[in-house]
Design a protein around this ligand. Structure first.
Ligand code: DC
Length: 232
């Protein structure tokens, strides 16, 4: 049984959203799109132009837009390339994480990314396929008519601990206090920005993952996909 249509997965970082979104896509024979990776790659373009948070919106927008940014949709190994080179690992580093909320708040950057996302989603669903799309504004802005919207939450402490474990596995050094304050800082910025702020769509199913394992969340999602008749 394969997924048909779009599953919109939103929520802040550290809720296990990427893990379960990828696994859901794999389990349902669907494509997978990590929209956060796209904003991270745009942010890497800003850093590569030697700009930081002191740069003006105009300067950041000029280097973050119009780039050759290609996002893969294979859940077995999602890749993202910037100007022809694979940046999948580099976009997870602390410099990108520190600046991504500022870059993803730029209107022209969002407009360009959402247009790319619409193309990738159309490629996946035209012809009866399915795609799991994860981000912050998927159910509210990118695919407001998605037949299944899920919003994952978890307390900041649990999310920081998950981020810390991810960093350790990837060989990145992390201090739990720094990770927690980064999680809280990004929540504040992502939820309060003017364009497409982070919030749960009125028709999203909100799942608190504090006491749920990835397997538990995946089981809930698979049941929802089946209940809504999204497999064919
Ligand atoms: O999911 P992530 O941590 O990789 O996302 C990185 C940043 O990108 C996040 O702080 C906010 C931004 N983002 C966004 O503004 N809209 C999305 N659809 C996805 C991510």
């Amino acid at each position: 049984m394969a997924l048909r249509g779009v599953v919109a997965m939103d929520g802040p970082s550290g809720t296990g959203k990427s893990t379960v979104s990828r696994r859901l896509a794999q389990a349902c024979g669907a494509a997978y799109l990590d929209t956060g990776a796209m904003y991270r790659a745009a942010t890497l373009a800003v850093l590569r132009a030697d700009l930081d948070e002191s740069a003006s919106e105009e300067e950041m927008t000029a280097v973050a837009t119009g780039r050759d940014l290609v996002s893969g949709t294979d859940p077995a190994g999602p890749t993202i390339t910037l100007d022809g080179s694979d940046v999948s690992a580099e976009i997870r580093g602390p410099e990108v994480t520190g600046l991504v909320s500022a870059v993803s708040a730029l209107p022209a950057v969002r407009a360009e990314m959402v247009a790319k996302q619409h193309e990738l989603i159309a490629d996946a669903v035209n012809g009866g396929g399915g795609i799991v799309v994860e981000g912050r504004d998927i159910g509210t802005v990118v695919v407001p008519d998605a037949p299944l919207k899920v919003y994952l939450t978890a307390s900041p402490a649990v999310r920081a601990a998950r981020r810390g474990r991810q960093d350790a596995r990837a060989g990145r050094e992390a201090d739990l206090h720094v990770t927690l304050s980064d999680v809280e800082r990004r929540d504040r910025l992502d939820s309060s920005r003017r364009i497409s702020p982070l919030y749960a769509a009125a028709d999203a199913l909100v799942l608190d993952t504090d006491n749920l394992s990835a397997d538990d969340v995946l089981a809930r999602l698979r049941a929802l996909v089946a209940d809504r008749g999204l497999e064919g």
